[in-house]
Design a protein. Structure first.
Length: 602
């Protein structure tokens, strides 16, 4: 795949014994009762950070396999003042358990694992680690996480430190005791990555996406998983220390991250102990789900991570803040469906993906198209893909609809450009400067075959004295005001005979004595250039290309050339006196290349 953005459904069943095991230490101890009034309803009392001292011991809950939380022990190594954010300290503790010994470190997916004092008060949640090289964990304090429950249901900018530097004295102490290597101690702690599962994509595409993420320095790593059925699945249950998943979409393309539930308080759940990495600002409505851990996968390069399947819907994620995420328990959010019909090599597929947040429709449409066509073809290979899509939505509360289509052809990957192009055009709608847009549904029709085909503009001819003669691009072409000009375009074809196509222009009247430019170009370049002009910075292209309103944007998007268009443009004059005459022909292959020459009007 070119350089560039989850699992079989299983019901999470948390039995009464698990719930009692988690809750019992929080209800039988006298200190908990004494502090209970400082905690939200139904939650364990928070342990004051001011009372946390080096050498203090406690225990935590997390899942390494299945759905049942397992205990691990902790020993506090110190407290980093303002380690997470101004006013939010970080508790540094060594964790230990047979599962941690097997993994060799804190693993990605432990984010949110609750940590308790001996008397059952909540110290906080595991949220930070040493890049998969140590069992030392950075813990987000409980009081800071509880503060999220009193905030409005909206996402705030994630201000938590991405990396936390240790004081030199603490680095020396931890390395001297063999708790962490010198290099890792100097680098400090970072947020634990959230393992991201994706369904529907081939391993080849997942590998390519991971390579692209690595080139950008991202610590996110994708793994293939089965599809989650979302609203159609049995309801999911989340418990402290149990699996907690966040889905951007489910169905054919399920994509989301897996972590751990910190606390369940009066109909809401807290998790992660740090932000969900994809949502640093703006309103958020994502699908919260339960999950089943398959195993902890060791990885000497990026650190161990939890491999998991997502299961039933547990609620709606409503907040994504610097100390964690909050979900309302119960039903998931309203979703935007992407429905497709893909035909290739004699196979036809009908697929549906449900997108949790309308903002994710463009990127999910890319993944959905790749999944639908690749699975119909049963491979990622070269050839041709054609696609037509209709997207509906609202702008300032008023409904709108647009249907677009294009052809794509590539010798190595016939589907990649199709997915990226659809995302680009949907982004143009979503990011328009005129009005807020919400997508309500997307319908896709795609067809693929193994035949690669492309035309290339190779030359121009005009008729003189009844004979077609070649035009020299270095010469000036004389034309007559008010008269029609016919230009014959010679096209070469990949492993096919050359052909010619005529384009026609009527030269505007009252332009005698002026000059201009005649351009003949393939749609491959014109399609991309038109889209960039349409959504680019003001001044980058001619004013008449840019949209003036959202309805105008819809009209201009619909009018942008396709990759299989041959586009002719006769541009006369400049500024306010500028006039453009266009002609274009729809062909049976994508078209590349182009030729321009000067014209003089008589």
């Amino acid at each position: 795949m070119k350089g560039a953005p989850l699992h079989n459904s299983s019901r999470h069943a948390a039995g009464l014994a698990i719930a009692l095991a988690v809750a019992a230490p929080l209800a039988v101890s006298t200190p908990v009762t004494a502090h209970a009034r400082t905690a939200p309803a139904g939650c364990p009392a928070p342990y004051p950070v001011a009372e946390v001292g080096k050498g203090m011991t406690g225990w935590g809950l997390t899942v390494s396999k299945g759905t049942t939380p397992e205990r691990f022990t902790v020993k506090v190594q110190g407290v980093l003042k303002d380690g997470i954010a101004p006013g939010v300290d970080m508790i540094l503790a060594e964790a230990d358990s047979p599962a941690l010994d097997a993994a060799g470190s804190i693993w990605a997916g432990m984010s949110g694992s609750p940590v308790y004092s001996k008397d059952g008060r909540l110290l906080g949640a595991v949220g930070y680690g040493f890049s998969g090289t140590s069992k030392l964990a950075g813990i987000t304090p409980a009081k800071a996480m509880y503060g999220l429950l009193s905030k409005p249901e909206q996402v705030a900018a994630a201000k938590a430190a991405g990396r936390v530097t240790l004081p030199a004295s603490m680095q020396r102490e931890l390395t001297s005791r063999g708790l962490v290597g010198a290099k890792a101690a100097a680098a400090g702690l970072s947020r634990l990555p959230l393992p991201v599962g994706v369904s529907g994509l081939s391993q080849k595409r997942v590998n390519a996406l991971n390579a692209a993420l690595a080139r950008k320095g991202s610590e996110v790593r994708l793994y293939r998983t089965g599809s989650a059925s979302g609203a159609k699945a049995q309801p999911g249950t989340v418990v402290p220390g149990g699996n907690f998943g966040v889905l951007q979409s489910y169905g054919t393309v399920t994509q989301g991250a897996i972590g751990t539930t910190t606390a369940v308080c009066d109909g809401r759940a807290l998790a992660f102990g740090h932000p969900y990495f994809l949502y640093p600002g703006g309103p958020v409505r994502l699908t919260a789900v339960a999950g089943e851990a398959l195993s902890i996968v060791p990885d000497s390069t990026f650190g161990a991570f939890k491999l998991a399947n997502f299961s039933g819907v547990a609620g709606t994620l409503t907040q994504d803040r610097h100390t964690g995420v909050v979900s309302r328990l119960g039903a998931g959010p309203a979703v935007t469906p992407i429905v497709s019909r893909a035909a290739a090599d004699g196979t036809t597929r009908n697929d549906t993906t449900y997108v949790s947040s309308p903002e994710d429709v463009p990127s999910t449409a890319t993944l959905h198209l790749w999944a639908a066509v690749d699975q119909a073809r049963d491979q990622v290979t070269g050839g041709t893909t054609t696609a037509t899509w209709t997207v509906r939505g609202t702008a300032a509360g008023k409904p709108w609809e647009i249907t677009l289509g294009n052809r794509y052809s590539d010798r190595g990957d016939a589907t990649y450009d199709a997915g990226m192009d659809i995302a680009g055009r949907l982004d143009a709608l979503a990011d328009n400067p005129y009005t807020a847009v919400k997508f309500t549904d997307l319908r896709l029709n795609a067809a693929g075959n193994s035949t690669y085909g492309k035309y290339t503009v190779a030359g121009l001819l005009v008729k003189r004295n009844g004979t077609w003669v070649a035009l020299n691009p270095n010469k000036v072409l004389p034309v007559t005001a008010g008269k029609k000009v016919v230009v014959r375009v010679r096209l070469t074809a990949f492993r096919a005979p050359a052909r010619t196509v005529d384009v026609r222009f009527t030269v505007p009247k009252k332009r005698s004595g002026t000059s201009g430019t005649l351009s003949i170009a393939g749609g491959l370049d014109e399609s991309k250039a038109s889209l960039e002009c349409l959504i680019g910075e003001p001044g980058a292209c001619a004013d008449d290309v840019r949209a003036k309103s959202f309805p105008d944007l819809l009209a201009k998007l619909k009018a942008t050339p396709r990759n299989d268009h041959l586009v002719g443009s006769l541009v006369l004059g400049s500024g306010k006196a500028r006039a453009t005459v266009r002609d274009r022909r729809l062909l049976d292959r994508i078209v590349g290349g182009g030729i321009s020459l000067d014209v003089e009007i008589r």
